[in-house]
Design a protein around this ligand. Sequence first.
Ligand SMILES: Cc1cc2nc3c(=O)[nH]c(=O)nc-3n(C[C@H](O)[C@H](O)[C@H](O)COP(=O)(O)OP(=O)(O)OC[C@H]3O[C@@H](n4cnc5c(N)ncnc54)[C@H](O)[C@@H]3O)c2cc1C
Length: 411
Amino acid sequence: MIVSADVVVVGSGAFGASAAYHLVRRGLRVAVLERAALASQTSPRAAGLTSQVRATPALTTLARRAVTKLAAFSDETGQPLRFTQSGALKIARTERDAEQLALEVTRGVAAGIPIDFVSVAEARRRLPILGERGIVAITWSPTDCNVEPSELPLGYCRAAEKLGAVLLPHTPATGFEIGPRGVEGVRTPRGTIATRAVVDAAGAWARLVAAGLGAPLPVVPTRHQLLITEPIPGVGPEFPIARVIDVNVYVRHERGGLMLGGYEPDPVQVDAATLPPAFDVADLPLDLEVLWRLARSVREQFPIFQEPTIRVAEHRGGLPTLTMDDRYLVGPLPGVAGAWVMSGCCVGGLSVSPALGEAIAEWIVDGAPALDCSDISPARFAGPIDEAALRERCRHAYATHYRASGGAPAR
Ligand SMILES: Cc1cc2nc3c(=O)[nH]c(=O)nc-3n(C[C@H](O)[C@H](O)[C@H](O)COP(=O)(O)OP(=O)(O)OC[C@H]3O[C@@H](n4cnc5c(N)ncnc54)[C@H](O)[C@@H]3O)c2cc1C
């Protein structure tokens, strides 16, 4: 067991693993604490989709930087990553959502991201399973992609280890030494690691870790699920990602079948403090009926999910953390020198983790990130937390995810 490090990263999911890799590349001595097996909790259960046109120019720049790094991941890290640049269709079924798409096209073009409206016929040429009815407008964004989610955090862990990071699976952070000048050490069951910097990348447990550091963290772990069907004749990796805005449903190809996931209006929210110490995300109770309801809500656009021959090959889910404004929570933890956080993934942390890990490393080493991270700074949520309001606002952010992330005007 090591006795000191320049930075201790708590958590080896997409956020922690990316932070560790980018920190060790900057020459720092890095230790990664992980309470479970490496990269085994929410991250490997993701859908692995990217989405580049975001609510603000700064968020769009971060998401675009992440896609550039995902495309170059294997060259950069020497680790495998299944990367498919399938492009993405976004479907509006209401005039309101068509207006949102117009905003996204304007924003994407301004940011240099290829995106434009296409006809239903053109969309069906790319995605032959798409039904014709009930569609008001569709955009096509050819540079969006999807990755194999399990490979990303594990790849960053392995690459960080090769550069000298110390990975400590099955070793939880159990407490912190805080002195007059801030963080001084991290306690574990195997001893204390002296350090001046901690990155809280503890996923569903991030709020508990932040509390140990003496800082409130307004995030709510929220169950999110997807299903993957058995292989279907004619379905292939050339199929683009498709998203339906008003019901927050996504569909993409996976292993010769179709993946379907989405955001229900009343998701299960979890208080990590009530989870048993040995809780594993694999133990999270799932509910397939939530996904069938979402599938029925897009029956005109995706009638294939109503066919009696459809069989589910995999059903998985995890605990992403939501914030009240549906934006990441990344940066210095207010009030505790040497404490940093990467949380509030809002079900979009895996794909943007390459850019966010790079940014946190620059923040720690250089004093500021190269890209503008003011939209995601923890400082925006200063002040006491009203628990009921926090839960309700995070529920609302989840239930309207495709409108919030598209930056649609509030109505
Ligand atoms: C079904 C589903 C679909 C999704 N689809 C997408 C998608 O298409 N695109 C996208 O970008 N994102 C997607 N996401 C979200 C994505 O999975 C998350 O944003 C991402 O995994 C967050 O990573 P993380 O590192 O914060 O969490 P995690 O992967 O959960 O990692 C946190 C780690 O911290 C560890 N930890 C906690 N407490 C401690 C402690 N005290 N000491 C040591 N270790 C600790 C945990 O054991 C865990 O391994 C999806 C999520 C789900 C569930």
